[in-house]
Ligand binder design. Sequence first.
Ligand code: HH2
Length: 277
Amino acid sequence: MPPNLNDRTRTLIMGVFNATPDSFFDGGRFPDEESIRQRIRQMAGEDADILDIGAESSRPNASPVSLEEELRRLAPALEAAQEAKVPFSVDTRKAQAARYALERGAVMINDISALRHDPDMVAVIAEHGCWCVLMHMQGTPKTMQICPAYRDVVAEVYEFLARRIEFAVAGGVREDRVWIDPGFGFGKTVEHNLELLRRLDTFQALGFPILVGTSNKSTIGDILGVPPDDRMEGTAATVAIAITRGVHCVRVHDVKAMLRVARMCDAILGKDAALDV
Ligand code: HH2
């Protein structure tokens, strides 16, 4: 049975796993099959609703990787996620990597280009009937932090997401399988990121579940003056605010801690399942 990723009774937790040498937070931490398996089992055991497995870093100034390299990195992580029986998404912009992952059990494609990078992506997602995340990004990872500029960041991200939803649905993607994401940190200054979080509830008018990925990102580091491995409290603040603004799922590196933050917020907000624990 596919997982119920549209469950609105509580905030869902997406655990991040990067099979990369260069991701800003967990890059290079899981260099062999055993450490990959252990980390994935750990996040599943901590009750992540879904994992997001990436094999190409999208940190500012990251260089793209070839399809062959992406598949080579993905293979052991996908196998470990299947073994752990945890639903998983794959964070990729390439249709062939998406197809490879969907044939190995992925239930969601998280495309940071919102189906713009690879013209075949929309058809692959439509054909499989899987979930997909449409995320906003200004520029590409290589260039996005050079000089991000908006007239009104919330209005522009909103318009962008509305257009990408139309594109996806016109291309055959199931409407009940689309999630949207304002793309915290993707071609945005600290002020843009804070404004998006503050006004996240605006995106509810689009009528699709909202995912947000603030975990350990540099906006938190800039405000608190701390390195990536010391941003847990800052992340917790962003998760709590995002939940009060109606977010459906939070994408985080620290599943256990952020699940507790989410359950506490859910209980305060009177969301049903928080009271069952
Ligand atoms: N952030 C990152 C990667 N993918 N996908 C969505 N939908 N939303 C996000 O905010 C998002 C994302 C960057 O974080 P991480 O995967 O930890 O780092 P890296 O890109 O360096 O691998």
